[in-house]
Design a protein around this ligand. Sequence first.
Ligand SMILES: Nc1ncnc2c1ncn2[C@@H]1O[C@H](COP(=O)(O)OP(=O)(O)OP(=O)(O)O)[C@@H](O)[C@H]1O
Length: 314
Amino acid sequence: MAAMIEVENLRKTYDGGFEALKGVSLSIEEGEILALLGPNGAGKTTLISTICGITEPTSGTIRVGGFDAATNPKAARRQIGIVPQEVNIDMYAKVWDSLAFTRGLWGKPRDDAHIEKVLRQLSLWDKKDGNVMSLSGGMKRRVLIGKALSHEPNVLFLDEPTAGVDVELRKGMWEVVEELRQAGTTIILTTHYLEEAEAMADRIAVITGGEIRLVERKDTLMRRMGHKTLTIELAESIGTLPPVLAEKGVVMEGPQTLSYSYDSASGNTGITRLLTAIRDEGLKLADLSTKQSSLEEIFVGLVHEDDKEKEAAE
Ligand SMILES: Nc1ncnc2c1ncn2[C@@H]1O[C@H](COP(=O)(O)OP(=O)(O)OP(=O)(O)O)[C@@H](O)[C@H]1O
């Protein structure tokens, strides 16, 4: 697969000397969905706005769809559709006109078939003649996506697509993104919501302090870094936890429930020894289950590690 976006050693120092990007390199394949995850002030917006040609990088190279953003900025920019956070549409415009007008702004010839395709894809076809004002919040956001797709970009940037929306709308947006994925659109989204990255992305890039900390396939990341919890249901209640189990890190969750956390990536999880110790104590098992830690826990761990590194450097 060809790289849709290639960023190499990108640096951005704002006037006043603040270094918001410290040599970022990133490659995004055609058709993939990358979530850019990071805490406030990490550099997500700076990275996206330099790729989109809104902010000038201090150094480094950006190629979009094979076009160099420094030497061929217009061609690079034409590859991109941006879905902003804020709903900034003319409320009195009809849905169809809103998309067709945006396409015109890009200097693209009228193409009713394309506008129809996008509206159908976003489940807005039956609203095409309605005013934007008459739409629900979720539909207005879909109009924003429609406008961003109106000039047939190859890559779509979604800046915090579900910031400030309720759970139902958020799920609706995930479905829209899933449909766009199936249509082969390359998508980069920024988010603070870890469950959102978990739900939508193929790969996840974590950025903190202007540096990419990791870029990993979502499933690999969860496997590689995930801690798991083993829950042990006993056949009979116990009054206290046998000391030999406590020494192994077992926690009593209830009279018949024990839990044990372990690193699933480690060759030696300690589970075999634990089960032997349970048997030696004469306890009978009723059930065993394991749970993978969420991306949220992994992410918090990474940001925490980063803070510790900073403290150590000071
Ligand atoms: N125009 C600017 N001039 C100076 N510093 C800036 C400017 N824009 C952003 N910064 C600083 O650069 C850093 C990164 O900001 P950026 O907006 O890229 O972060 P972000 O990850 O998008 O954060 P958030 O999640 O809060 O939107 C921050 O410390 C911010 O204060």
